[in-house]
Design a protein around this ligand. Structure first.
Ligand SMILES: [Zn+2]
Length: 168
């Protein structure tokens, strides 16, 4: 558990509270989101805010438990202009990605950084990343697109995600 007042969980570059990886440490499946939202920052836990509630709910429909996977974000705090802060998040993803079987990249910034592609071109598809060595890497829109009325694409991506989990 992280505490906002614990120095160990402050960014060494800008002093912001850090939100590091959450949930099942032993899972061979990693979900990578874009950046922690307000609730995540407050609680110091990744994947606990509005976007994650959508994701959790949509996964539950398919019989998947979001918390059974490992979850982290491209940014460990609210994005800023400091390249060192960004690098710290990337390093965390690379560390968490080690030995993973399936990596699920969520959101345009995450997909763009790891694959060089636009999420609209690869959402729901297997992708390749020069930075990640997992046998299966999937791309998806940020589940928050549901708030703009486009739930179909997320459901499609999650079905592909589920079939990859069951196929391996
Ligand atoms: Zn920082």
């Amino acid at each position: 558990m992280t505490n906002a007042w614990d120095d160990e969980f402050k960014c060494p570059y800008c002093g912001a509270d850090l939100v590091s990886a959450a949930y099942n440490k032993h899972s061979d499946v990693l979900l990578v989101g874009e950046f922690p939202g307000e609730e995540e920052v407050q609680q110091g836990i990744a994947f606990c805010g509005a976007m994650s509630r959508i994701l959790k709910q949509e996964m539950a429909v398919l019989g998947l438990d979001m918390k059974s996977f490992r979850c982290t974000n491209l940014w460990l705090h609210t994005p800023n202009k400091n390249p060192e802060c960004f690098k710290m998040g990337v390093e965390q993803v690379l560390k968490e990605a080690k030995d993973k079987r399936i990596i699920f990249l969520l959101g345009s910034d995450t997909v763009k950084y790891f694959t060089g592609k636009n999420v609209s071109d690869v959402s729901g598809l297997r992708v390749k990343s020069p930075l990640l060595s997992a046998p299966v890497i999937l791309a998806s829109q940020n589940p928050a697109v549901v708030f703009h009325g486009t739930v179909g694409e997320i459901r499609h991506s999650l079905k592909i995600f589920k079939s990859e989990i069951e196929a391996n």
